[in-house]
Design a binder for this molecule. Sequence first.
Ligand code: FAD
Ligand code: NAD
Length: 446
Amino acid sequence: MAKFTYDVVIIGSGASGTTVAFEAQAAGLKVAIVEERSWGGTCVLRGCDPKKVLVGAAEARNLSTRLRGKGIKQAATISWTDLMAFKETFVEDVPESRLESFQNAGIETFFGPASFQDVNTLQVGDDLLTAKKIVIATGATPSTLQVEGQEYIQTSDDFLSLEKLPDSVVFIGGGYISFEFASIVQATGREVHVIHHNSTPLKKFDPDFVAALVSSMKEEGVHFHFDTDITKIEKNGEKLHLQGKNGFSLNTDLIIGATGRKPNIDHLSLEKASIDYTKKGIVVNEKLQTPNNPHIYACGDVADTKGSPLTPVVSLEAALVAKNILGGDEKVDYPAIPSVVFTSPKLASIGISIEEAKAAPEKYQIKQHDTTNWYTYKRTNESIALAKIIEDRKTGQIKGAHFLSEEADYMINYIALLIKANLTLADLQSVIFAYPSPASDLTAFN
Ligand SMILES: Cc1cc2nc3c(=O)[nH]c(=O)nc-3n(C[C@H](O)[C@H](O)[C@H](O)COP(=O)(O)OP(=O)(O)OC[C@H]3O[C@@H](n4cnc5c(N)ncnc54)[C@H](O)[C@@H]3O)c2cc1C
Ligand SMILES: NC(=O)c1ccc[n+]([C@@H]2O[C@H](COP(=O)([O-])OP(=O)(O)OC[C@H]3O[C@@H](n4cnc5c(N)ncnc54)[C@H](O)[C@@H]3O)[C@@H](O)[C@H]2O)c1
């Protein structure tokens, strides 16, 4: 067995592991990183980035559909083969270029599953890596629905590399992935179903806006089946047959399970380093250290933190881990986090929820706007554009916001800036925004 010694070893080369590796290396530490799958991790290979390329095609198709007869003669149609080839141009070079960037920076790389031998030692294949600090940044993978015939269920990873999109697709789960992918499939003109076990999909978002999104997607042809528990899946000739409680029955070509993700801890032999975990991931304190071994850190999707499993959040956690490894003593402090479901229309939220605002009316004021008839949205013939902005009653400062529109991703990011700067809507009256643009609407929200 070859033996190596480092200041820091990082397990996982996704957004979080990569951030820690480069920061630690730049500060002069001797750093190694381990990856068992492909260099780059979920966001760039199997998540945000490839997904958003598909969203772009759906946006083009949907805009051309909305403007048909209004200057546009024909709605665009999506070629799945061409779209996947375009998507691949964003993905194919990532593993090699990420590996090269580590090596060029002087970060040593090991390929294979890492597992703990003791509190300072990891084994990767035939190599033993000893380190003063270890960072677990192993992310998460799709969880499997425990149901008879589960072998017929594919994952978001499979969907994002489908060579051929069949005529009918079912998504199980009522979260981000099901909604976003269903919106993409709908834009291709295929039959699409979303099956959810209760009646509250996208439960982190404003329920009114979720209901409006569901109605809008239904009008566009997406079939929703709420309060539906799947009990069995079987092959039925060329088709797959789903069976559920209360007589539910459906034939389809492809089933994608999107019922959440589980932390990647199976290969780590955590017990050999007395590292505790829950079903949400590795237990860490506010400094993102594992409580039994403060020199072992965990961050990103694999860690059981208060932060959502989103790329900007895992990057924030990783930056904190890097600071603490370099001698800092900081506790993780999450700012208001904007989050967007990239459907059509898009659903976005930040900060205080409507429920929280309603529960403390003496503290918060909710400003609600139906902006569907505003110029910005009429121009592109959007059928729905809603906004709710939550202000602190005393100071007028913005504490939260919720949007449902094709421009919700832009709007939520403007609000993130306003929250960070402690600005009020009234402060915006003296800001000049380019007109006409979604930003110039902000002044009208006061
Ligand atoms: C379909 C999809 C779409 C998404 N879209 C968005 C979006 O639009 N916006 C957003 O903010 N977030 C999005 N996310 C979430 C985002 O991708 C994740 O929060 C983020 O990528 C997690 O980064 P990470 O570094 O914690 O983990 P990962 O990127 O998963 O990296 C962990 C790495 O560790 C490796 N690994 C695991 N175990 C071991 C081991 N024992 N030894 C060695 N290596 C190991 C894995 O192979 C992996 O490469 C999406 C996720 C999915 C699945
Ligand atoms: N736009 C984005 O930022 C984006 C996009 C995709 C994924 N993500 C991240 O990835 C994570 C994983 O996405 P996801 O959609 O898999 O998870 P999710 O947590 O968003 O949704 C999972 C859904 O599955 C449901 N579910 C759980 N068990 C079920 C069962 N047995 N039967 C039917 N439904 C069941 C849950 O109630 C939930 O609605 C998200 O939480 C999010 O943090 C973010």
